[in-house]
Design a protein around this ligand. Structure first.
Ligand code: GTP
Ligand code: SPV
Ligand code: MN
Length: 614
């Protein structure tokens, strides 16, 4: 966390742990919650971790001002150029703590079979014992922060509360952007309401002592050894997705890695779309899309950019809320051309992590607007120039920005009942084979499309990049139980949905033989949205293909589109039969790996596809 972390050989011991809070204003951070079970758990954590100080967060403005000042004094954040970027701060993580760590992420259930082959399993008792040892006295000389947070709109039956206990002031400052943090959460649980318990300590940031452990049966998370992103901001992937998906199956709802957008036509008709793309595959960009100039009168607004919690409404439709209150977005590639609304969202009150710093206190990353700065300081604190061989910003460098900064934030974000979803989109990053867009024949076929999704890996997780891997529903790293049971849950939800969303598959990333993206993407993705909405309204035509319904040229709005030749368009929508036969055949071992919990209905879909491809 140090801004002066040695770039070449970062020894864990060099990284200063957060020091104690000083000059604590009277009355701030000292009010214990009025919830007996919460207090008992806090006391257990204090006894175990032995902090020097405990700070109870209330989410107030006074608290924010004080903690920002203290975090600066500790060297955890530094102010950026306040004339250019008011309220913005710069932060660097430990050089070996820059992304989610899937190999160190565990689901702890008594039966190994219940987590399935796509998760790492640990025995709950053994994992708890190991982490208890690591946490014993871990906060000596440190401040322990108690961070209550509400996931979802106030008063929503779909919303849930978590409490994160952490020794990282950086985590506190991020959680207060990413969630509805403080008193509102305590008010929601009152004296005895249910809440997720999340205990987090950075320890000494040593990757050898890093574990992200989930205990779904007790609605509990313990995370040690990392201070970054989804590893440490426990409301996000740990609670909202891994624990959330487990609770959702038990309780009959859905927790998904999906953006939520509202699309309004010139006639004033609104549709809500949920879309699951894997990490760093375009959710934030799509959620903030600006329609091209030829789309006069169309309006896209953002409800969420990463996570959706959904349940069946009385009318048999699927209703969704965004549990989050901010964006933890990928910085590289974000610019005024690709995503102007994101750029405006990060102009103020934003924390930038692992980007590059310019001499005038501004931030920079690969793919930002304009020429690269003549000189900068890279994400490791080293001098950088455009001639440097290495990237200035880490590929998984991120901004943390409040959703209220978004110029196109949807008014619906606060709706307690959520928004009714017209269409679900699954999308991956695939250079070949998968067309720009096609439609599932029905819900079951849609579940099959989600279940068979694969995508090239990105910098959002530690490990090799650009390798095609299966990522069902973009949930591979986030499903808190057996993937076969998860598919069955999707099918079961379909039976409860008398008016289900239509399901589509998209791919913005298909490449031509010359290696160039065939589709311009970003704002132009509106053309695909229009076809999808017109399908929902029964207006747009399509051709039936073995894989699903696809737009013909005459069904698709190409007016004013530049840079896509007729040949490009044909290739974007090409369904190479050999490639598809191979893909369908390669699904068999994956399906078998999930037996006996793999739903036969999805194997039947695979057989039908193979028959249609003959
Ligand atoms: P997480 O926050 O990790 O869940 O990622 P995300 O799904 O929100 O991805 P994001 O929108 O941040 O995009 C990640 C990368 O994909 C960025 O580098 C974008 O520039 C790029 N990208 C997004 N949309 C498109 C698109 O339509 N076409 C192309 N070619 N690239 C895109
Ligand atoms: C992702 O990886 O899907 C993210 C970033 O949204 S993190 O919060 O680190 O999981
Ligand atoms: Mn994500």
């Amino acid at each position: 966390m140090s801004l002066s972390a040695s770039p070449s050989a970062p020894a864990a011991a060099d990284v200063p742990v957060s020091t104690l809070l000083e000059n604590l204003p009277a009355g701030l951070g000292q009010t214990r919650p009025a919830h007996a079970a919460l207090n008992a758990w806090i006391d257990d954590c204090i006894a175990l971790c032995q902090p020097e100080q405990v700070f109870y967060c209330d989410g107030s403005a006074a608290e924010k001002a004080y903690l920002e000042k203290e975090a600066q004094r500790m060297g955890v954040i530094r102010p950026l150029n306040q004339a250019k970027l008011p309220g913005c701060f710069y932060s660097r993580s430990h050089p070996q703590d820059v992304a989610r760590v899937e190999h160190l992420t565990f689901i702890c259930l008594p039966n190994k079979e219940d987590v399935g082959p796509t998760n790492h399993w640990a025995d709950p008792g053994e994992m708890r014992a190991k982490l208890t040892d690591l946490l014993r006295g871990a906060m000596r000389g440190r401040t322990m922060y108690v961070v209550p947070y509400l996931m979802g709109p106030k008063g929503s039956p779909i919303s849930r509360v978590g409490v994160e206990i952490t020794d990282s002031i950086y985590v506190v400052l991020n959680m207060r952007i990413m969630s509805r943090m403080g008193q509102v959460a305590l008010d929601t649980i009152g004296a005895q309401g249910d809440f997720n318990r999340g205990l987090h300590s950075t320890l000494d940031m040593n990757p050898e002592r890093r574990y992200i452990a989930h205990f779904p049966q007790t609605n509990e998370i313990i995370s040690v050894g990392s201070g970054y992103g989804g590893n440490a901001l426990l409301g996000k992937k740990c609670f909202a997705l891994r624990i959330g998906s487990y609770l959702a199956r038990q309780q009959g709802w859905m927790a998904e890695h999906m953006l939520l957008m509202a699309v309004e036509s010139p006639e004033g008709k609104k549709h809500y779309i949920a879309a699951a793309f894997p990490s760093a595959c375009g959710k934030t960009n799509f959620a903030m899309l600006i329609p091209p100039a030829s789309y006069q009168g169309w309006k896209v607004t953002t409800i969420g950019d990463d996570i959706a919690w959904m349940e069946v409404g009385k009318d048999g439709r699927l209703y969704a809320i965004n549990p989050e209150a901010g964006y933890f977005g990928v910085a590289p590639g974000t610019n005024y051309k690709s995503n102007p609304n994101a750029m405006k969202s990060i102009e103020k009150d934003t924390i930038y992590t692992n980007v590059a710093l310019t001499p005038d206190g501004d931030v920079w990353w690969e793919g930002k607007d304009g020429a690269p700065p003549a000189q900068a300081t890279d994400w490791l604190g080293r001098p950088w120039t455009p001639d440097s061989k290495e990237k200035a910003a880490h590929p998984n460098s991120r901004f943390t920005a409040p959703a209220t900064n978004n110029p196109v934030l949807a008014e619906e974000v606060e709706w307690p009942q959520g928004v009714p979803i017209s269409a679900i989109i699954f999308g991956g990053r695939r250079a070949g084979v998968v067309p720009l867009v096609y439609q599932a024949n029905d819900w079951t076929h849609g579940v099959y499309l989600g279940a068979t999704m694969s995508s090239e890996t990105t910098a959002a997780a530690a490990g090799a990049q650009g390798q095609v891997r299966r990522d069902p529903m973009a949930m591979l790293p986030f499903c808190g139980y057996h993937m076969g049971d998860y598919f069955q849950h999707w099918l079961d939800m379909g039976r409860k949905l008398t008016n289900p969303p239509l399901v589509f598959r998209i791919n913005w990333f298909r490449k031509g033989p010359d290696g160039r993206f065939l589709w311009p993407g970003f704002g132009e993705n509106m053309r695909v949205v229009e076809w999808i909405i017109d399908r929902c309204e029964g207006k747009a035509g399509a051709k039936e293909t073995p894989i699903g319904a696809m737009p013909r040229r005459e069904d698709f709005n190409l007016a004013g589109l530049q840079g896509v030749s007729d040949a490009d368009f044909d290739e974007l929508l090409d369904v190479p039969p050999e490639g598809w036969r191979k893909a369908a055949e390669e699904q068999a071992p994956f399906f078998e790996s999930l037996a006996p919990r793999f739903p036969q209905e999805l194997e039947a879909e695979r057989q039908k596809l193979l028959a249609r491809l003959k």
